[in-house]
Design a protein around this ligand. Structure first.
Ligand code: AMP
Ligand code: ZN
Length: 469
């Protein structure tokens, strides 16, 4: 498996620190609003990386944080007259709903910045002790960039260029910094803001220190993959490297992966342009599996343009797979022969080429666009090879092969068959009979079975009524 490493700017063979295991950290969203479709890109892309690694047999420890203390959260709390904590809790819940809709697996751990303050204070103290950080008079703690001579190695920036750039940008009030490049690790509290006591002042952590601390706590000093959107390369990830490597005296992450940006109708998505789209808005119009397929239809390092046309073509592409699976299910159920024929065995052996093409694409820096093409080829193959004469084993084997691949992409392509009204009526009658016979266990079982299929029962005076959820 080869992946592009931002650190070396090359595709490299993936070699984990510990055989069979992957330690992976993905910077998560700041939770002050519903997530937008730009935020959804790293979620879908790196969830797919994780799924492919799991498919290859790796045990993946996947950590992704929620930044739940930040200026934007505080601003929103003031606007709404509620606490910052209420704002972040609300949007973490909403984010999890969207992730679920996009079939993004929950991380092994989703740490919250506000629950990790002690660890941040420890790391900052240790950086001060080692001479990599200093506290200014007002209690602000800064990282001393000049103390780390590898600063700039991820973003491939030269320290001298950076220094002159920063000098030009220097803002008044920052003169307590030793050097304009130095960045904040801890800042004093302002009135009405959440704060924690620390050896330097009551205050709150800077953004970058969060990830260094949470990554170390849940994955160890040295990890395999650190990932996020490309806007995070500088300064966020560069600063994380500086903090972690100076504190732990080890390489922080071996591979750095960054997704390119998602634009809308060829424009950058921004509040001022008013072209923001939330995942929630998209879900009102489309099954979120369509959004997932759309995101995977391009390579993750290529910019991707969101448009109504592309969403429509993703919708029909998804339908093609769903229809293919439905047809295989129907054929398997209707077939009168169970056993594979010799021809079918040969066809299954031939179909292996699609799995091989899929793996080759994914092994080449997660080329999901080509992997999807292999899935469509397999659908086409199944559509032509499976006929009314086919055995159920043949239809089932092709379906299994197809579902294995779509599962790696995290695409849900098998829809629950709708339960028909007659079947519902029959089950309700059976439930009534069970109740009469005082077999309440069976009666409950039927109620739950129906509930799982989205049918809600209501016991009324006029008898049992039902409705679809
Ligand atoms: P934020 O909440 O801004 O910290 O962003 C959370 C994640 O979403 C980060 O990995 C960002 O790089 C990523 N992200 C934000 N906007 C976009 C976009 N338009 N396209 C792709 N990724 C984005
Ligand atoms: Zn981060």
């Amino acid at each position: 498996m080869r992946l592009f490493n931002t650190l070396t700017r090359r595709k490299e063979e993936f070699v984990p620190i510990e055989e069979g295991k992957v330690r992976m950290y993905v910077c998560g969203p700041t939770v002050y609003n519903l997530i937008h479709i730009g935020n959804a890109r790293p979620m879908i892309v790196f969830d797919t990386v994780r799924r492919y690694m799991e498919y290859k047999g790796y045990e993946v420890n996947y950590v992704s944080n929620f930044t739940d203390v930040d200026d934007k959260i505080i601003k929103k709390a003031i606007e709404e007259g509620i606490s910052a904590d209420e704002v972040s809790k609300r949007y973490i819940e909403e984010c999890k709903k969207d992730m679920d809709g996009m079939n993004v697996k929950p991380a092994t751990t989703h740490p919250l910045a506000t629950q990790e303050i002690d660890g941040m204070i420890d790391m900052i103290s240790s950086l001060i002790e080692k001479g990599h950080a200093y506290a200014a008079e007002d209690g602000t703690v800064y990282f001393r960039v000049s103390s780390f001579n590898e600063y700039g190695k991820l973003s491939h920036k030269n320290l001298d260029d950076l220094q002159s750039g920063f000098r030009a940008l220097q803002v008044s009030g920052e003169d307590q910094k030793e050097d304009p490049m130095d960045f904040v690790l801890w800042k004093p509290k302002k009135e009405g803001e959440p704060s924690w006591p620390s050896p330097w002042c009551d205050g709150r952590p800077g953004w970058h220190i969060e990830c260094s601390v949470m990554s170390r706590k849940y994955l160890g000093d040295e990890i395999d993959i650190h990932a996020g959107g490309e806007d995070l390369i500088f300064p966020h990830h560069e600063n994380e490297i500086a903090q972690s490597e100076c504190c732990n005296e080890k390489t922080f992450a071996r591979y750095w992966m960054h997704n390119a940006f998602l634009n809308i109708d060829n424009h950058k998505m921004s509040k001022s342009l008013g072209n923001f789209r939330t995942v929630r808005e998209i879900s009102a119009q489309y099954d979120l599996q369509v959004l997932r397929l759309f995101m995977l239809s391009a390579h993750y390092r290529s910019p991707l343009n969101f448009s109504a046309d592309l969403m429509e073509s993703s919708k029909s592409a998804l339908e093609r797979i769903v229809e293919g699976v439905r047809r295989l299910n129907d054929r398997a159920a209707a077939s009168s022969t169970a056993e594979l024929t010799e021809d079918e065995k040969a066809a299954l052996a031939e179909a292996e080429k699609f799995t091989k093409a899929f793996e080759e694409a994914m092994d080449d820096d997660f080329n999901t666009a080509d992997a999807l093409a292999a899935v469509f080829d397999l659908v086409k193959f199944a559509n032509t090879k499976v006929t009314e004469e086919s055995s159920s084993a043949f239809a089932e084997a092709l379906k299994k092969q197809l579902i294995t691949l779509t599962d790696v992409l995290g695409l849900i392509v098998e829809k629950e068959e709708e339960i028909l009204d007659d079947e519902i009526e029959r089950l309700i009658e059976e439930r009534q009979a069970a109740r009469k016979a005082k077999n309440f266990a069976r009666a409950d079982e039927i109620r739950n079975e129906l509930l799982e299929k989205g049918i809600i029962l209501k016991d009324t005076r006029e008898g049992v009524k039902w409705q679809r959820a």
